[in-house]
Design a protein around this ligand. Structure first.
Ligand code: SF4
Length: 484
């Protein structure tokens, strides 16, 4: 429920005639043990209906590592994870979301159909299923744009995207205290990003950037204020919203004034009005992503941010009272040298000197290459080397005053890389790893048996000159003016 995608699907599907949608989630370890002990099946939250009693299961995941839990969920719901082990008596299994859109190959043999792209334009196709017998669903979807039906679809499948975002609202459907964004009303300002960082999946699979008109945001926010003052503005880069100053001003004038937070922003935008709004909302922190220590490496991955702009961004933020600064960096990028990694430490050291009133949280993460990005074929260090690179940078950073360091896991980054660039051979490893709940060393062995050696430098599989994800075509439509 911390994912706006779940809220969106829940609202959109329940808005269709003759169709009702309920929710089920991966249970906690304790709940999983309880289900197994009592031989009960994983059920929906709304009516406690076991998963295998549903007609269709629409599965969405944001991250590749979630696929390690997917077969377990199905198993707990009484559904054989592999498509070949199911019949028409089982629910139809439909997958969708960012990692399915990028490269569904590793889970292709689990699903009856995979949807590629944004769901809004193809809702009528899902509604049409209610008028068809179950045994015709796969064939019907194979004729519809954006659906990949194993054994029926001739690739490549065109990614679908919504062109009329100004006519639909993407926002929180259920307010709850039990999420990352407790009791917050999240609303999507824009979709896509007009930057083109070469490592970024979101920058590719949500093209083109589309903005919602300001008026389309203010109405729902005003209505939401009757239930909560916490408002979260969601966008790949809030700073790129064309009428940001006016929007911030309008939000400041609302009664009661919303307590605003934002998903992410660029350091080099003019964010001063936004910083004032955030400070007035009681926020103390600001997050930027310089990604690299040197400008040269930053430019080589198309991240258009100078050190000067970063310093100016932090100056503006701290002037407004946002003195807790969080910075994101990547390690293991192609072409990165020891000098680039040392420069991360020098840059942060410089910041601690220039901003004595600020505290810094530095997040250092291993680079994970993603399909359809300019760095899709990049070689990445094996996880032991990556662990050493992360440790060197983190240890040096931890010696600096007012600096907290959070380092990502090199092991799990290697698994993520293997899945993100994997092919259909990985399905057996995912099913075995998930249903048996294995540890990392067992996972390593299962992946090796599936042809993906986590101990070696990561390179993508190529067959007949093609990457696994070449079954997906990414249209590069021009940026839409709609909604500005
Ligand atoms: S600015 Fe952020 S969202 Fe946009 S392409 Fe770069 S990393 Fe991706």
């Amino acid at each position: 429920m911390s994912s706006l995608a779940v809220h969106t699907l829940y609202s959109l599907l329940n808005g269709l005639d003759e169709l009702s949608c309920q929710r089920a989630f991966l249970p906690s370890t304790e709940e999983t043990e309880r289900l197994n002990r009592h031989r009960q099946r994983l059920s929906s939250l709304e009516t406690d209906t076991p998963l295998d009693d549903f007609d269709l299961l629409a599965v969405t995941t944001s991250f590749e590592l979630d696929w390690l839990n997917l077969p377990l969920c199905l198993d707990l719901g009484g559904i054989p994870p592999r498509r070949s082990e199911r019949t028409d008596a089982h629910p139809f299994l439909l997958g969708g979301g960012p990692c399915f859109t990028a490269n569904p190959l590793p889970v292709l043999n689990l699903f009856d159909a995979i949807y590629i792209g944004e769901v809004e334009p193809r809702l009528p196709d899902l509604q049409a299923l209610t008028q068809l017998p179950r045994d015709q669903w796969a064939e019907y979807l194979s004729t519809r744009p954006g659906f990949f039906v194993p054994g029926m679809t001739r690739s490549p499948v065109q990614r679908q995207y919504a062109t009329m975002l100004d006519k639909i609202i993407t926002a929180t459907a259920i307010l709850t205290p039990h999420t990352e964004f407790a009791n917050s009303y999240l609303i999507e300002m824009s979709r896509g990003c007009r930057q083109g960082c070469s490592f970024c999946l979101a920058g590719q699979i949500y093209r083109p950037m589309r903005n919602r008109p300001m008026e389309a945001l203010l109405g729902p926010i005003q209505s939401a204020l009757a239930h909560t003052r916490r408002i979260g503005l969601v966008s790949a880069s809030v700073s790129d919203y064309p009428r940001l100053d006016q929007l911030c001003h309008a939000l400041m004038q609302m009664d009661p004034m919303p307590l605003v937070s934002v998903s992410s922003m660029r350091a080099d935008g003019d964010n001063r009005a936004l910083f004032e709004l955030l400070a007035a909302s009681g926020q103390q922190s600001v997050t930027f992503a310089p990604e690299t220590g040197t400008e040269t490496l930053r430019q080589s991955v198309c991240k258009r941010l100078s050190d000067e702009a970063l310093f100016q961004g932090i100056t503006d933020a701290s002037d407004a009272g946002l003195t807790s600064v969080k910075l994101y960096f990547l390690v293991g990028l192609p072409g990165e040298t020891e000098h680039d990694r040392a420069a991360i430490v020098s840059l942060v050291e410089h910041l601690t000197r220039d901003f004595p009133g600020c505290s810094f949280t530095i997040s250092i993460n291993p680079f994970v290459p993603k399909p359809h990005t300019a760095l899709q074929a990049a070689e990445v260090p094996d996880y032991r080397t990556m662990r050493q690179l992360l440790a060197t940078v983190s240890t040096a950073l931890r010696r600096l005053p007012r600096v907290q360091v959070r380092a990502g896991s090199a092991r799990w980054a290697a698994v993520q890389t293997a899945i993100s660039r994997g092919d259909e051979h990985l399905a057996s490893a995912l099913v075995a790893a998930s249903t048996k709940q294995v540890d990392f060393s067992q996972l390593r062995r299962l992946f090796a048996e599936a042809g993906s050696n986590l101990d070696q430098i990561g390179i993508p599989p190529i067959r007949d000159g093609q990457y696994p994800w070449d079954i997906i075509a990414m249209p590069t439509a021009p940026a839409s003016k709609a909604g500005l």
